[in-house]
Write a protein that binds this ligand. Structure first.
Ligand code: GLU
Length: 402
């Protein structure tokens, strides 16, 4: 009945959790939500004021499809300031979140017969977009044992004559792991030699907690100036998930291709959002530092709280706002069999929402978002311990048991 492309792709596992929490809360159930990957902070006041002014000024019409020039200049300004790289505004397209930037890239670059390398555990939309474009995703696995490091050697081994592109997400969702500059240098060098594209998703670039060299845009620009894509977003660092503002940066020809895709899909990002985004990028940045500092504290708090239960094995992430513990020791053939079972039972009996690892191609793990208040983190940890205690005593209903 539906197209083959839809038959191939799966719905977003991360968005399903948000919908489920919404459904339970509407029924009056008290849920601590560590499922959604979204800041609990309000959008900064000066950003909201810019949007209100845009409405008052009747800035409510179509804009150029790629976004107003002031916004594209502001995006270039961020990369000049943060990385010392010079892009020109015609190398930028503003998009409805980082997701549309990646989707544009998928539509512009991938086709049936192509392979596109990604890393797993990874954000589900990257893989599903590759499938929607008719190409085949090839996952390079990273491992908790070495902090989910993406090893260049593993990526190079995955290259075949069909490889069209590699999509790299750093800091990564759900692991929080950073890709090291030397690894990306090797990957980009090989990609350049083989005519392969590198797509770099930097949606969590402002949320890095420890000092680590991370000038990945420079690495790409130096090695493959015609076949790189950098995507970013204001959703996470400016608490603007609902506004839908992201971007893609690449060669002029690539941006023209994205312009064609987007011009027949959504057209420009909301004009009001664009004015807010200009203010977010060019206005005071103390709000970003304050949120980053708070996330760092929360990361450390949640790690301390979970350390009490050795069967919830966490890696200390370098960025983003997720812990991605291995809970496989709590699973068993005659109890909760999978991390999806675990997450469902925890939601039902423990009233804590987490995202099962299956959503990220990582069975045995669950993702906990620490973009939640310290009180919520405390309460979630308490409920998780109580739930595990009940599980140990056989007091949790399982598919096979009670
Ligand atoms: N990126 C967020 C997450 O991973 C939001 C949901 C989505 O768009 O996938 O939870």
């Amino acid at each position: 009945m539906f197209s083959q492309r839809i038959e191939r792709a799966a719905a977003s596992g991360t968005q399903q959790i948000t919908a489920e929490v919404d459904r339970l809360r509407r029924r009056g159930i008290d849920i601590v939500d560590l499922g959604a990957g979204e800041p609990d902070f309000a959008t900064p006041q000066h950003v909201k004021a810019a949007a209100v002014a845009a409405i008052a000024d009747d800035f409510t019409r179509y804009t150029p499809n790629t976004g107003v020039r002031e916004l594209r200049e502001a995006i270039c300004g961020r990369y000049a300031a943060d990385y010392g790289v010079a892009f020109d505004p015609d190398q930028v397209i503003a998009t409805a979140g980082g997701k549309q930037a990646l989707f544009n890239a998928a539509m512009a670059l991938y086709e049936p017969g192509d392979e596109v390398i990604t890393h797993a555990p990874g954000w589900p939309s990257i893989v599903e977009q590759i499938k929607l474009a008719g190409a085949a995703p090839v996952a390079v696995r990273t491992h908790a044992e070495d902090g989910f490091r993406l090893h260049a050697a593993a990526v190079l081994e995955a290259f075949t004559p069909r490889t069209k592109a590699i999509v790299v997400n750093s800091p990564g969702n759900p692991t929080g792991a950073l890709v090291a500059e030397p690894d990306l240098e090797r990957i980009a060098g090989e990609a350049a030699a083989r005519g392969v594209w590198v797509v770099l998703d930097l949606c969590y670039e402002e949320l890095i907690y420890d000092d680590a060299p991370h000038n990945l845009p420079r690495v790409l620009l130096d090695r493959l100036p015609d076949r790189f894509v950098v995507t970013g977003s204001l959703s996470k660092d400016h608490a603007m998930t609902g506004w839908r503002c992201g971007w893609a940066i690449g060669s002029h020809a690539f941006i023209q291709a994205c312009n064609t895709v987007q011009g027949h899909a959504t057209s420009n990002v909301s004009s009001i959002t664009q004015r807010a985004a200009i203010e977010a990028l060019t206005g005071p940045q103390e709000c970003v530092a304050a949120m980053r500092n708070e996330y760092r504290e929360r990361r450390d708090l949640l790690l301390r709280l979970l350390a009490a239960e050795p069967r919830v094995r966490c890696v200390r992430p370098g960025g983003a706002f997720y812990l991605f513990p291995d809970v496989s020791e709590l699973l068993s053939p005659d109890g909760l069999r999978t991390s999806t079972d675990f997450a469902q039972a925890l939601l039902r009996d423990g009233q804590v929402a987490v995202t099962p690892g299956e959503a990220f191609d990582a069975p045995g793990f669950v993702r906990l978002s620490y973009a939640a208040s310290r009180d919520d983190l405390d309460e979630a940890a308490r409920r998780i311990r109580k739930f595990i205690d009940a599980l140990d005593h056989g007091d949790v209903a399982t598919a096979t048991g009670s």
